[in-house]
Design a protein around this ligand. Structure first.
Ligand SMILES: *[C@@H]1O[C@H](CO)[C@@H](O)[C@H](O)[C@H]1NC(C)=O
Ligand SMILES: *[C@@H]1O[C@H](CO)[C@@H](O)[C@H](O)[C@H]1NC(C)=O
Ligand SMILES: *[C@@H]1O[C@H](CO)[C@@H](O)[C@H](O)[C@H]1NC(C)=O
Ligand SMILES: *[C@@H]1O[C@H](CO)[C@@H](O)[C@H](O)[C@H]1NC(C)=O
Ligand SMILES: [Zn+2]
Length: 586
């Protein structure tokens, strides 16, 4: 996954947390603790939970034996020890030799999982995409796809010295395995293979429904070579809407907050749009300048854009709305006023304002319900005594679920139009259509600047920069059979098998050990603010769950994509138990 991973979980951590927001809110809203028994059961119906689903004829205790722990450690280590880094400037597969490292990873997987490679059908897609198919016994059931990516973000040379243990040593300190990829995303790639290898070892000849493992190799640099090709292959083989469910990386794991133990699979992703605004104006000697040079005008534009941010929005289809309902319904710690505001917000404007205010206090929560805008690049001017002839501004947008690419682009157009009209400048728009073609539209007649022409004011040109990503479809949740199977499995594995689910903002010295009694896990829809390989798979099914089946520990989450990435062996093994149980329950 490309940067802000686990945004929601991060929001729940340490100083920047929704808990903190809620706590701050407590100062303003009356603080009143209610015990769960006094909660209206009708309110809990806004976040219905299926009963935990234990897998039939399963042996989860096996995962806690020293033999299994040793093996699980060894296979994760051997995958992490292959530095399968993906770089932004990688050339074509088969030509750029830096791709060859992926052969080493494939070989490591072959050694670690002999039964998988003997039994499942195996295909290489576009050289390094790994596709495994385990045919089910019941052909009337749609297949399920488990996705993960083989590549990791590079370790920068400058940061090498900052690692406690070398990033590709996969050092085990008795609790944690250290190294790039231990969580993102070789952890889940290896865990899925461990689950299948274990099922084969236990004599399972075939699953009920077909199980497909789809491992791309360039997720960190768009995924078009890996997941992009595999998805086309699957679409051709099975057809649109032919898949039962997809599980890929992402989401916010399993975490306690506000006294609720929550599993937070991402059921959709924000979209992304980049705008390029170019202003061209006549040049000339800077001894006779106009009142506003192109740089001054672009500065005014930037200021206008920021003075008109997007508005928050929340409707009852939003997973964030459901997440708030779930937290409010089951929390033992939430202030009563806030709980009521969340409960009523769909029909009560004042309550909605309160929710917006609370969410708006932190960037991490604010942008769960609002399109973000970041002006990231401004460039222009060449010489200290010459007027700038061309100035560029680029802005990055992460599009809210209730918005879309057109609306986002339109906001840029409106801002630029206002400035263009003020200064008598032309304005044209280049739009990329969904089929990749351009559409050129002149919105304000203006002189197209010719170097010889010093009488014109100049003109703006807005274009899409690179390709955009639409907002992902939202997976059905509380009314869906696929969600029930998925969430029921989570409730079982994290309720009775996994170690203690904790609130990582509270200091916990001990991560391991056994919970004293079954834990009540609430599975709530959540949002991915970043993008995953699943963006290539939308045509195959609506039921896409971005879920790292990991208990969130502060030490683990905070190191994805940076130094000292690591995972607790217990947490990794719980992921194996989850994939194993889900395959049996499907
Ligand atoms: C697990 O590995 C450790 C360290 O390599 C070894 O001492 C121990 O005997 C192994 N246990 C089993 C049951 O294989
Ligand atoms: C799996 O099933 C498909 C479709 O039913 C079939 O074409 C394919 O040959 C099977 N593969 C194996 C390895 O049995
Ligand atoms: C990082 O260091 C290695 C080994 O010294 C070198 O081969 C590589 O080119 C360096 N990479 C960059 C981006 O500087
Ligand atoms: C916008 O479209 C015009 C007309 O097709 C073309 O000349 C120009 O290069 C395009 N600009 C960008 C930045 O794509
Ligand atoms: Zn990832």
């Amino acid at each position: 996954m490309k940067f802000p991973t686990l945004t929601l979980a991060k929001a729940l951590l340490a100083s920047s947390s929704i808990s903190t927001v809620f706590d701050q809110t407590n100062n303003q809203l009356a603080l009143e603790h209610v015990s769960p028994s006094s909660l209206e059961t009708s309110f809990q119906e806004s976040c219905p939970q299926v009963v935990p689903i234990p897998p039939q004829n399963a042996n989860l205790a096996h995962f806690k034996t020293p033999e299994f722990r040793n093996w699980s450690l060894a296979v994760l280590q051997s995958a992490v020890q292959v530095p399968s880094e993906s770089y932004d400037d990688l050339g074509a597969v088969g030509i750029d030799p830096r791709w060859n490292i992926f052969y080493d990873l494939e070989n490591a997987l072959r050694k670690s999982f002999p039964k998988v490679h003997q039994t499942l059908a195996f295909e290489r897609i576009n050289t390094h995409g790994l596709l495994y198919t385990w045919n089910g016994t019941d052909p009337s059931l749609k297949p399920t796809i488990f996705m993960a990516h083989q590549d990791v973000v590079p370790v920068l040379n400058d940061s090498l010295g900052l690692w406690t243990y070398p990033p590709y040593s996969a050092h085990f300190d008795g609790k944690f395995i250290w190294g790039r990829g231990t969580s993102d995303d070789k952890g889940s790639l290896v865990a899925v293979l461990e689950a299948v290898e274990t099922l084969l070892n236990q004599g399972i000849k075939a699953p009920r429904r077909t199980i497909i493992l789809s491992f791309g190799y360039d997720e960190e640099i768009s995924g078009s070579r890996g997941a992009g090709h595999i998805s086309k292959h699957l679409l051709k083989r099975y057809g649109p809407n032919s898949i039962h469910s997809i599980v890929d990386e992402g989401g916010s794991g399993v975490v306690e907050q506000q006294g609720v133990k929550l599993a937070l699979p991402g059921v959709t992703e924000k979209g992304m749009y980049d705008a390029l605004v170019v202003l061209k104006t006549p040049g000339g000697h800077s001894s006779l300048p106009p009142d506003h040079t192109a740089i001054g005008i672009i500065g005014e534009l930037a200021s206008l854009m920021e003075s008109r941010p997007f508005s928050p929005a929340l409707n009852t289809h939003s997973p964030i709305y459901k997440f708030l309902q779930c937290t409010a319904a089951y929390s033992q710690e939430m202030a009563e006023d806030l709980r009521q505001a969340i409960q009523k917000c769909a029909t009560d404007e004042k309550a909605m304002d309160t929710v917006f205010k609370v969410m708006g206090r932190l960037r991490a929560t604010k942008y769960m319900i609002q399109t973000s805008q970041a002006i990231d690049i401004v460039a222009g001017g060449l010489k200290i005594n010459a007027l700038p002839e061309k100035v560029e501004l680029m802005a990055n947008y992460r599009i809210d679920l209730q918005s879309n690419v057109d609306e986002t682009r339109q906001k840029v157009v409106e801002d630029v139009r206002q400035i263009a009209e003020k200064y008598g400048l032309g304005l044209s728009l280049n739009k990329t259509l969904d089929d990749g073609s351009f559409e050129h539209e002149v919105l304000l007649e203006g002189s197209v600047y010719e170097p010889s022409d010093t009488l014109t004011n100049g003109y703006f040109e807005i274009s899409d920069y690179g390709s955009y990503t639409k907002v992902a479809p939202i997976a059905p949740t509380f009314d869906s059979e696929a969600w029930d199977t998925f969430s029921g499995t989570i409730r079982h594995v994290f309720g009775t098998f996994a170690g203690p689910v904790i609130d990582p903002t509270k200091k916990h010295q001990v991560f391991d050990g056994e919970p004293k009694e079954p834990q009540n896990i609430v599975v709530s829809p959540a949002l991915m603010t970043a993008n995953t390989d699943t963006k290539h798979y939308w045509d195959l099914t609506d039921n896409i769950y971005r879920f790292w089946p990991y208990r969130v520990l502060d030490t683990q989450v905070s190191h994805i994509h940076t130094v000292d990435e690591r995972i607790l062996l217990d947490v990794h093994i719980e992921a194996v138990a989850f994939y194993y149980s889900y395959i049996l329950n499907l």
